[in-house]
Design a protein around this ligand. Structure first.
Ligand code: ZN
Length: 286
């Protein structure tokens, strides 16, 4: 059976991208990714060079190379299409549906594959950056090592995982330090408030004490004044009534009431030495 030009090109390219040199053997290295894209722009080419609307993607498990195949060429790879859709296949699907494959134009196979590798790496990096915990990152690391490391250079991906883990640890530390500082600040603030309250209460106590003192002082003064006034009043009363000289009589009130005769008092009144009022007072008190 003679091969057409495009069939020969497909076979030759497939061998170039495989480990085995023989087409029939190398075909076992290729796995269908489960990814099919219908592209109305025909924006990718089959490995045979034909621009494609119906694009089927295959990966070589030994070399990590990724190719695109059209309907007719894929017949040759058909027996590989029954692969289960594993997590790996899901990831590849994401890779191809998000980035698609650019037109590889005039088939520089190395450039074609390098570009696919870069695309895949970028998609994986985006996937990795979605993980926010050390546990998830470690999980993904194990998955990459177990499922992909055999045919894909995952060093960049592992480096990214380690860097993200370091960042998480750093942020965790920063968070703890921030919390510690905040706690300290609150504690200081609390102490400060307590001190202020204590000072306020002490001030209030002193003020009350002072008020009380002033109040007592006033009461004392009032009492003393009252006492003085009463004393003075009493003295006045006593002096005026008993001990001081009554009018111009030359005698005290008490002497006149207790010792004088009625005649003597009448004489004093007649002589104008006591007033009419004083005369009556004496008589009233006899
Ligand atoms: Zn083709």
């Amino acid at each position: 059976m003679t091969l057409t030009k495009s069939q020969k090109r497909f076979n030759d390219n497939l061998v170039k991208l495989s480990e085995e040199d023989d087409y029939d053997k190398c075909i076992d290295e290729w796995k269908f990714t489960g990814i099919y894209i219908e592209d109305n722009d025909y924006d990718n080419n089959c490995l045979c060079g034909k621009p494609l609307k119906h694009q089927y993607y295959y990966i070589n498990q030994k070399t990590g190379k990724i190719i695109c195949s059209g309907k007719s060429c894929k017949q040759k790879l058909k027996r590989l299409e029954k692969e289960k859709r594993t997590r790996k296949i899901e990831d590849l699907f994401k890779i191809f549906t998000s980035n698609g494959m650019k037109n590889i134009g005039d088939y520089d196979l190395l450039e074609y594959c390098q570009k696919n590798f870069d695309n895949i790496t970028e998609i994986f990096l985006n996937e990795i950056r979605k993980y926010g915990t050390i546990e998830d990152l470690n999980d993904y690391k194990i998955y990459l090592q177990e499922e992909w490391s055999n045919f894909l250079d995952i060093k960049i991906l592992l480096d990214e995982i380690e860097e993200l883990k370091e960042n998480i640890i750093k942020k965790e530390k920063e968070k703890l330090e921030k919390e510690r500082l905040e706690k300290e600040r609150l504690k200081k603030e609390k102490l400060h408030m307590q001190r202020l309250e204590k000072e306020r209460l002490e001030k209030e106590r002193i003020e009350n004490e002072l008020k009380e003192k002033i109040k007592k002082e006033r009461e004392k003064n009032r009492k003393e004044r009252k006492e003085r006034e009463e004393k003075k009043l009493l003295e006045n009363k006593l002096s005026s009534k008993n001990y001081s000289i009554y009018g111009n009589s030359g005698k005290t009130f008490s002497w006149l009431t207790n010792n004088s005769t009625l005649l003597e008092i009448k004489n004093l009144l007649n002589e104008g030495k006591i007033t009419e009022c004083q005369y009556k007072n004496i008589l009233d008190n006899r």
